[in-house]
Design a protein. Structure first.
Length: 422
């Protein structure tokens, strides 16, 4: 398609449908500005611009289209972050833009090396392995790392994660609900394409080294995300670091390719639902209290038990506890890591599996802070009872119900996904 610049294969179809579904839920939410009855046209354009960049990124099979898609995605995302027009959102937008510009410049540097080695920027080319035979492996892997800088920034992999806490705190909860899911999932799709289509052309040695490199990045990302989240009481910053750790789990699954493909796809869909749902819950909580710290939401679970129950269910899924789809998704990823470890005997994957398991234990502490505050803490000062937007309430419960369906119907869903891919 388009002279081999874009491809609409099963991977692209899966992620495009997932991104479109998330966008539909996003547009059904109440607008961030409480005084508006609907989204402004400019806000909708930014959401659709982010969606367009993400879908093009999912279909990209050429480094040039990956670069252009990331540029469109980053521009729309930066404007969406600053759409609140407050000093904090403007600062967050500027920080994101600066990080994005830096990583895309580094990406161009890597693309120049890749083109110099191979004579092409296509991800699939018959002469790739032959043209790289005379190039030292560490140089090839370095150029690939540079090429992936922009993608790793969107995934929020360490050391490309520094923008996440400030942006998640500065942007509106509605904007973060979208930016924490759609762009990240599009970048996961790119990494999957690289590991399933590009790396097998480079030979088994380079492929193994690339898997080890991804495993190291995943290990660092999981560790940093969980360690930082343990210390946070600002809800948005806590969820920001939790999102970093979740991205690390997806990267761990990608590192265990190809046996983990179904698990990564399933957990990607689950993460899309969880990520959107938790920020819808935060949006509602902030509408009720105008608070940002955990203690600001004390007692709201007792005052709004249906809301508190929905948020608790989403949090349980983020941790990976039954009966939620998060448990099934993490189980699939852990199983893939275990099988890869047994097949290769790599100590690095032993460490990655241990870190992934420990991340679930640590996340019990910081994620359960929110339900604890909602139900077990008394409100500090009684306030008037504001109304909850009906659309937000319905969407939160629809997403929560999907997490239950993803657990109880997991075998049927996995069978459908496996047969569709094969």
């Amino acid at each position: 398609m388009f002279n081999q610049l874009l491809v609409l294969d099963l991977l692209a179809v899966f992620f495009c449908l997932l991104l479109l579904s998330i966008t539909l839920f996003m547009l059904l939410l109440a607008p961030p500005q409480s005084h508006r009855a609907s989204y402004s046209p400019a806000y909708v354009v930014l959401i659709l611009g982010t969606l367009l960049g993400s879908c093009l990124l999912v279909m990209a099979c050429h480094w040039l289209t990956i670069y252009l898609s990331l540029t469109l995605l980053s521009l729309a995302s930066a404007l969406l972050i600053g759409s609140q027009k407050t000093p904090r959102s403007a600062e967050a937008s500027l920080k994101y833009m600066l990080y994005s510009m830096t990583t895309t410049a580094v990406m161009l540097w890597g693309m120049a090396y890749f083109y110099g080695f191979t004579g092409t920027l296509a991800l699939i080319h018959p002469s790739l392995e032959l043209s790289l035979q005379t190039v030292p492996g560490y140089i090839v892997l370095t150029s690939l790392l540079l090429c992936c800088s922009g993608v790793l920034l969107v995934v929020a992999a360490v050391p490309y994660h520094f923008w996440v806490p400030d942006v998640y705190q500065g942007a509106s909860a509605a904007a973060v609900a979208y930016l924490s899911t759609v762009p990240k999932l599009a970048s996961v799709a790119v990494l999957l394409r690289l590991f399933h289509q590009l790396l097998p052309q480079l030979g088994p040695v380079l492929q193994e080294h690339a898997q080890h490199g991804m495993a190291i990045l995943a290990l660092l990302t999981i560790t940093v995300g969980n360690a930082a989240a343990l210390l946070k009481n600002n809800l948005q910053r806590l969820m920001a670091y939790g999102s970093i750790a979740q991205g690390g789990l997806l990267m761990a699954g990608i590192a265990a390719s190809p046996s983990s493909q179904v698990g990564v796809l399933y957990y990607s869909a689950v993460y899309g639902v969880m990520g959107l749902a938790v920020w819808v819950g935060i949006k509602i909580l902030q509408h009720l209290t105008n608070g940002v710290h955990l203690q600001d939401f004390a007692g709201l679970g007792k005052q709004f038990p249906v809301l508190g129950s929905g948020i608790t269910l989403v949090v349980l899924s983020l941790i990976g506890l039954p009966p939620t789809a998060g448990f099934t998704g993490k189980l699939l990823l852990f199983t893939a890591l275990w099988e890869h470890m047994q097949r290769t005997g790599s100590l690095l994957f032993v460490a990655l599996l241990v870190a992934s398991l420990l991340s679930t234990v640590f996340s019990l502490y910081y994620y359960l802070k929110l339900p604890y505050v909602l139900f077990c803490k008394a409100a500090q000062t009684p306030t008037a009872t504001p109304s909850i937007n009906q659309a937000d309430r319905i969407i939160l419960w629809c997403l929560s119900a999907l997490l239950l369906v993803g657990f109880f119907a997991a075998s049927s869903l996995l069978e459908m996904l496996g047969s569709w891919l094969n």
